[in-house]
Design a protein around this ligand. Structure first.
Ligand code: SF4
Length: 203
């Protein structure tokens, strides 16, 4: 009995000692390098990295625009931020329950109407509220929203006549974000956005 045990023990010990070196090296690498790195990355992403709210059609990869397309922003800095997972994509109109594709709509005063005259203000407002809720929940440092949209435009919007004419103004979601104190850029403002992020991260 004792001999058998001793034999098995020696056999097991020898198997362990002869285990392929890469197994113990992989285990050590996992414990000493990979897991701590992953934990640090998670903590950094969660507590330190500044997040940015972006229009989902600029983020790309999901069909959200009224015309069934998207307009992914290919600016290298934007793509780097995307890779760093600091971008929070939102589509206020989809959040508001509107289908894709959907009727083109434009702001007219405080409301939003389709070309056929349907009042879609309630859906736009509900989606804008959800985008704002996410901006607050994710503690974003600023927003980059699609130019000219009745939800996401930040400088100009179409004038409500469906003739292609734009007037100074902002979309409903941007209006809510700004009223809540968020800075909003559009896709042509990447230099300014980049400078602001660098300033915020150096503080
Ligand atoms: S609501 Fe904003 S995010 Fe959604 S498709 Fe229009 S511009 Fe893009």
């Amino acid at each position: 009995m004792c001999k058998k045990f001793s034999h098995n023990y020696c056999y097991n010990l020898s198997s362990y000692q002869n285990a392929p070196l890469y197994l113990s090296e992989t285990y050590l690498r996992l414990c000493i390098v990979i897991i701590p790195q992953l934990l640090c990355q998670l903590l950094y992403n969660f507590y330190v990295m500044k997040k940015i709210l972006v229009s989902e059609c600029l983020y790309g990869g999901r069909v959200v625009r009224y015309d069934g397309g998207d307009v992914p922003l290919l600016d290298p800095v934007f793509l780097k931020w995307k890779e760093e997972e600091r971008l929070i994509p939102v589509c206020p109109e989809v959040f508001g329950g509107l289908p894709t594709p959907r009727a083109d709509a434009q702001r007219k005063g405080d409301g939003v109407f389709t070309g056929a005259g349907a009042d879609v203000t309630a859906a736009f407002r509900a989606g804008a509220e959800e985008a704002l809720r996410l901006a607050v929940a994710e503690d974003v440092c600023f927003c980059i929203m699609k130019a000219d949209s009745p939800s996401c435009g930040s400088k100009k919007v179409y004038d409500g006549t469906f003739t292609g004419n734009k007037v100074p103004g902002q979309g409903l979601a941007v209006e809510m974000l700004r009223n809540a104190g968020f800075t909003v850029f559009d896709e042509s403002d990447m230099d300014e956005a980049s400078a602001l992020l660098a300033k915020l991260e150096s503080e």
